[in-house]
Design a protein. Structure first.
Length: 142
């Protein structure tokens, strides 16, 4: 039996499955992610696009190119951010961890861009920190 994780946007108009085990959650503290999420961090799980399946609402998906080669996708009804993807990582969707139904079968992997974190938000102790970006192996693994 295949591992399956289910998720949806806030209004439930978009729902999806992720097939297979989840990669560790990547926490991003950069200012662009904070603006896009409306919170102190973005929590991303890289997923192979072939393991991502829309169950409904794909027509509600809106995309925005936030910087050259980076697309952010969200629900055009409720505004929930769903994922981002980069031209430099074809076939990888960075799913927003907060959309998944609990329990989420993953753990925190690392914190990126900690030098630009929100002044009012703490760093999670005991999780690897990368002050200026993500670790190199995060660019190679889904």
């Amino acid at each position: 039996m295949s591992i399956k994780h289910q998720g949806s946007c806030l209004c439930g108009g978009i729902s999806f499955n992720i097939h297979g085990p989840l990669a560790p959650i990547q926490v991003c503290h950069c200012s662009q992610c904070r603006q896009a999420q409306g919170g102190p961090v973005a929590t991303n799980i890289p997923v192979e696009a072939s393991n991502f399946e829309f169950l409904k609402g794909q027509e509600l998906l809106q995309q925005y190119e936030s910087s050259p080669g980076k697309i952010r996708a969200f629900c055009k009804v409720c505004g929930s951010p769903l994922y981002s993807k980069r031209d430099t990582r074809p076939g990888i969707l960075r799913i927003r961890a907060g959309l998944l139904r609990e329990p989420v079968g993953s753990h925190l992997g690392f914190q990126a861009f900690t030098n630009s974190k929100a002044s009012w938000w703490p760093i999670v102790a005991g999780i690897p920190e990368y002050p200026e970006g993500a670790p190199q192996n995060a660019q190679q693994n889904p």
